[in-house]
Design a protein around this ligand. Structure first.
Ligand code: GGG
Length: 348
């Protein structure tokens, strides 16, 4: 007899501010959907950092490396005016676990949430694939003559053959119709040339998928003009970050946008709402938990439970259509009441 499969260990990192409010709702919804995971919450947050000076203590890091997946809220705190904290938590997890694919889907669940005037342009259902381990985020550079009028600040944009190739290849693997590659190769000629070369070479291996290239400024314009034209967009770290905030607004705002950080080879994953800690509204029951709940649905899908993932997504869609949502989406429910409304649909 084969031994029973061990329960999946999900490391839960609510972190700070809004993250602390939305992550419990995502866990509540997964439990209502029947997820039999071993959820373990870890003390990674600004209070812990201010106490110890360590963004992620060594013992916790060793657990996170072994976890089947990580459910993450948001990191940042006005009391910590120190980029080392954000870098030591979120960027460390993305870089050291080599979560090179940042999946940022944008799907409109209810027509009334779209800011677009023309009805036929609203049916947005696209995926932005942001390279997640390179680009301007690696922290290379420096400040020369800091604090003087002669100061020079340099921030390096790192693009490697391997990094660019693997994210473009992943885009072709998940696309059904078309991949659009976005860069700024007319201005950023060195990095852009590498992206162009790898794009053309990888595309040749997938002749059944249509291809299109857009400069990032044109891509931003086209996303507002007619987002329905896109299926999969693949791009670098910074452009993916910016364009996915734009697409979040097209589906109802930052509160609703989910994301996954994954490595398709090791199967490691970290799932988090796109939004940050929202210190202006955190702690008042106003934060929208839908981005976190949809991120949990992405995690469940990544762990191979497709039906459960679709059930969670369906329950979110039904709650949104019934107007059972927070104020940012025109509803009147609190953060936990939205979690309850979604969970109820999964239990009934
Ligand atoms: N879930 C996304 C996240 O945590 N991003 C980090 C971030 O933007 N932190 C700054 C902040 O929340 O103020």
């Amino acid at each position: 007899m084969r031994p029973a499969r061990a329960r999946r260990h999900i490391a839960v990192l609510p972190c700070d501010g809004a993250g602390k409010e939305v992550v419990p709702e995502a866990v509540k919804v997964m439990k209502a959907a029947g997820a039999d995971y071993d959820f373990q919450e870890y003390d990674v947050n600004a209070d812990q950092y201010m106490r110890t000076g360590e963004p992620i203590p060594a013992q916790i890091w060793s657990d996170l490396e072994k976890a089947d997946s990580i459910l993450f809220g948001a990191v940042g705190d006005p009391r910590v005016n120190d980029a080392a904290y954000l870098a030591g938590v979120l960027l460390r997890l993305r870089f050291e676990l080599d979560l090179y694919v940042n999946l940022r889907p944008a799907k409109l669940y209810d027509d009334r949430l779209s800011p677009l005037r023309k009805e036929e342009r609203r049916k947005i259902d696209l995926l932005i694939l942001r390279e997640n381990t390179e680009g301007l985020y690696v922290g290379m550079g420096g400040r020369f003559k800091k604090g003087t009028e002669e100061e020079v600040a340099i921030q390096e944009d790192v693009n490697t053959y391997l990094g660019v190739t693997r994210i473009i290849d992943y885009a072709f693997k998940v696309a059904e119709r078309e991949v659009v590659m976005v860069d700024k190769s007319n201005a950023m000629t060195y990095a852009g040339a590498l992206w162009q070369e790898r794009w053309k070479e990888v595309a040749r291996r997938y002749p059944h998928i249509k291809t299109r290239h857009l400069y990032v400024d044109a891509a931003a314009m086209q996303l507002v003009r007619d987002p329905t034209q896109f299926e999969v967009i693949v791009t670098g770290n910074l452009f993916g970050d910016i364009l996915s905030d734009l697409t979040a607004e097209l589906i109802g705002g930052m509160g609703i946008a989910p994301s996954g950080n994954v490595n398709p080879e090791t199967k490691r994953g970290l799932f988090e709402p796109v939004h940050g800690t929202a210190p202006d509204i955190a702690g008042k029951g106003l934060v929208n938990p839908i981005g976190a709940i949809l991120s949990a649905s992405m995690m469940v899908r990544h762990l191979g439970q497709q039906e459960m993932a679709s059930a969670i997504e369906g329950a979110v869609e039904s709650a949104l259509r019934a107007g059972e949502c927070t104020r940012d989406l025109g509803g009147s429910l609190s953060t936990s009441e939205v979690g309850d409304a979604v969970a109820k649909r999964l239990r009934d």
